[in-house]
Design a binder for this molecule. Sequence first.
Ligand code: HEM
Ligand SMILES: *[C@@H]1O[C@H](CO)[C@@H](O)[C@H](O)[C@H]1NC(C)=O
Ligand SMILES: *[C@@H]1O[C@H](CO)[C@@H](O)[C@H](O)[C@H]1NC(C)=O
Ligand SMILES: *[C@@H]1O[C@H](CO)[C@@H](O)[C@H](O)[C@H]1NC(C)=O
Ligand SMILES: *[C@@H]1O[C@H](CO)[C@@H](O)[C@H](O)[C@H]1NC(C)=O
Ligand SMILES: *[C@@H]1O[C@H](CO)[C@@H](O)[C@H](O)[C@H]1NC(C)=O
Length: 565
Amino acid sequence: MLSWLAVLLALGALTGWAFYQTFVAPRHNPLQGIAGPPCKGFIGNLSRVLDPVCSSKAHEIYVKRYGRSIRIRGVGPWDERLLTLDPLSIQHVLKNSTIYEKPWQSRTLITSLIGCGMLSAEGHVHKRQRRVATPAFSIQNLRELIPLVFDKGNQLKNKWSTMISEGGTKPGDLSSTLDVCHWISRATFDVIGIAGFDYHFNAIHDESNELFLAYKEMFEVAISQGKPWRTTMSIYAPWINKILPDKRQRTIERCQGTIRRVAGRLIQEKKRKIQEAANNGKTYGGKDLLSLLLKSNASSDLAPESRISDQDILHNINTFMFAGSDTSSLSLTWTLYLLAQHPEIQTRLRNELLSVAPTTGISDLTEEEIQSLYGNLSSLPYLHNVTTESLRLIPPVHSSIRVATQDDEIPTMYPVHRRDGTVDEGKSVTVPKGSFVHVAVEGFNLDKEMWGEDAWEFKPDRWDALPEKAQELPGLFSNTLTFSAGPRSCIGLRFSLIEIKTFLYILLTHFVFIPTGEKINRVNVVLTRPFVSGKYKEGSQLPLIVKPYDPNAPLDEQTTSPVDM
Ligand code: HEM
Ligand SMILES: *[C@@H]1O[C@H](CO)[C@@H](O)[C@H](O)[C@H]1NC(C)=O
Ligand SMILES: *[C@@H]1O[C@H](CO)[C@@H](O)[C@H](O)[C@H]1NC(C)=O
Ligand SMILES: *[C@@H]1O[C@H](CO)[C@@H](O)[C@H](O)[C@H]1NC(C)=O
Ligand SMILES: *[C@@H]1O[C@H](CO)[C@@H](O)[C@H](O)[C@H]1NC(C)=O
Ligand SMILES: *[C@@H]1O[C@H](CO)[C@@H](O)[C@H](O)[C@H]1NC(C)=O
């Protein structure tokens, strides 16, 4: 009874608020004065900006028509957003993380899934978590990661070799079509499990581990989107999930239960080990993120208000699982896809990789030799350029969003076009408190005016002679926004570069990748994922023909797609 009364009251309040927001407030919004695509309907052109199939084209058209500071409608007439493709503006927004926060709506959604970890916290809570976690990602600690990544890359290689030798369709035909997206994701899950909390999912081997299944299922539910109205309800009226839990909610709660139980036990075990070592006057040697977080929290030079709780630790481990597994596996998957599409680049990269390959197999190398090998790999110029180019061209995080927590003047480098057709040479845009700013990660990475006419093509050699305008772009990594920029940029950049370069080394020196001829589409579901055209029901996948690399085979036989012949 009471809850229905509450619903009625809430609806009444909502109607009044909606009326005010729809008809009164927008007239006073300074963003209304800026040029942007017409918005006839309830929802404007936002979906075009978010869809990787047409977003680069849409951005190009908008910049030509409306300049680099663009007004775009979000959801409903009260939601006018700033879509900026002005480098100075984006720098201001991303670096000024006290004024520009992540909107509470998206933070609520992430928090309901993985808890309030570094990805969704704001203000002093975020600062504290980031300070505790930063030492875990130091160059020294990441060195410890290298042998583990080599081991997992090698396991994946062995698995694929077995599958290919068992699965050849004709006798003597040594190739198989593999869903590289699926397999690489299992491998990166294994890596983050061990690196994150010293836990062995063994997902390359099989997919039966209960913690692995819990994470996997929870993240899949998160991206399979559910019903939009229900998601909206659960953001604005979270009590609905308590009163009327739907299937999605029940799945999430079941998974969270498993995670709390298994991971909670791991946290307690680790704490005990650290305490035990301390009692014996030693320091515990664990190098996983969980141990490092616990040790960082216990270190005496940390201010009392900077310390974090058990729950914070669990939420951050969840966050690393969420932010660090699919992102890395997708960037690797897309790189292999691009290399399959460009056999000449694949061959050139393979030759460079082979030039540093030791004669001994990876499993026979000592830890020192592995470190030395990685040192040699990380300074290979073409490997670096291919990796950077792939991360620029298909950034796994397609875009992000910020909200202004106070009225602000955003500085601009380019003139601002006004709705009435005049062009304002003044050097800023006024945004009122509460406005959303759309951060077009891919839009910046693919901007032809900055990167040149060939910006939409895969050209690793562009990094030899980058246009001056591109060299001035802000961004944590190589003038791209792939890892964002500023205080909220990716903490896992170096971590993922180790993964990407090592896996590319192992996979390309053992296999040749060939397109199957099926059309692959990019779809933005939380991250930019590959789908086979017409097979969306089958979920995200990227089939490639994988063939063992034979140094003696003639070149054209190695890389020609059977479909092209
Ligand atoms: C190719 C791989 C990766 C890409 C492209 C990537 C990209 C990003 C981006 C764009 C953000 C900012 C999100 C936003 O502002 O909305 C971010 C944040 C973050 N990433 Fe990554 N990431 C990658 C790998 C990783 C890995 C391996 C880890 C951890 C092991 C990680 C941990 C995080 C965390 C914790 C944050 C939140 C940082 C904060 O808000 O202070 N990422 N990442
Ligand atoms: C914007 O949306 C309108 C319809 O709402 C559509 O006609 C127009 O083509 C879109 N413009 C772009 C550039 O996507
Ligand atoms: C943050 O914004 C304020 C106010 O607009 C500005 O004065 C300051 O320079 C900005 N800081 C950075 C790092 O951009
Ligand atoms: C972090 O340190 C504080 C103070 O020593 C302690 O109370 C807290 O339990 C620690 N957090 C964890 C997760 O161990
Ligand atoms: C790395 O390169 C150095 C110098 O060329 C070489 O001496 C060393 O053996 C290489 N390491 C491995 C593991 O191949
Ligand atoms: C790769 O790019 C760097 C600049 O980042 C350049 O110095 C180098 O020559 C390039 N190497 C190759 C082989 O393309």
